[in-house]
Design a protein. Sequence first.
Length: 318
Amino acid sequence: MDAARPTIQGRRQGKPGASLPTTDVRAWAAGPGAAGSEAHGRARPRATALSPVRLLDEVRRTPSLYLVLAVLLVVAAWMRLRDPACTIFLYDQARDLIVLHDLVHLDRLPLLGPEVSTGGYLGPAMYYLLAPLAALSLAPEVMVLAFAASNIAAIVIAFAVCRRYFGARSGVVAATLLGFDAYAISSSRAIWNPYLLPLVSALLLLAVLRVVVETEWRWLPVVALCLALLPQLHLTAGVHLLALLPEILELPCLRRPPRRQLALAVACAAAMLLPLALFELRSGFANLRAIVAGVRGVARIGVPLPANLGALYAQNLL
């Protein structure tokens, strides 16, 4: 195992590859010679980054492994990108394209996103993320290709995370599991807000580990952005957040981040949540109450939303 690469397995007495409890990851990640609490605040060596030179060197040492990865990515991309016209296009997809059309061409800024089946609405973050692409084309095939590309990017990030902390073989295994999962393939070939979850979740995992394990505060705004974006894509995002809860709870235990990075993180989260927050303030949090009621089982699928919320949705545009 490469001694310069940060790894969850850790070191003991400065020797790479030895087992070490994961709670001591930051202590050894600062490098040999770091001791006690000083290791928690020390910057990580540049050698931990995957530079093009190191990548080429690793490819030369294990060419067969990276050949397998290349074939895997090509096949996974082909299964996701081929024939984008062969996709589902129902009410949800038509609604999203209409909202994007109004946003781009009529300057109607949505404050709410897709409807939740049990009551209430998600945030409109997906619409603003897709707006630049919608300005170029509103063709359903183009949107399908964008969702497929986001799923391919999630595969690459999954490989990068596992390779960085567990080795290249683990990265190939992770990329294989995600690249050839039947549901991952089918869910990457349609326009639907939950289908952006793999990319955002993988990016959040990478950013959280870079902050917690390596104290790279430049990734803190990415953490804030993903945390604000996930709940606006689907309510099941809570499951993704629970999986990362131990790492997220460790963030306040680290040394105080630079003010610039902290301010940027707060600004990113605020910008992502601003439209939904405006609607909640205007409506007296009617949407939030409807979502909570649905989650608690008070609302039922097929039962109309509260009259005040339905009326407010008609005025949800700026």
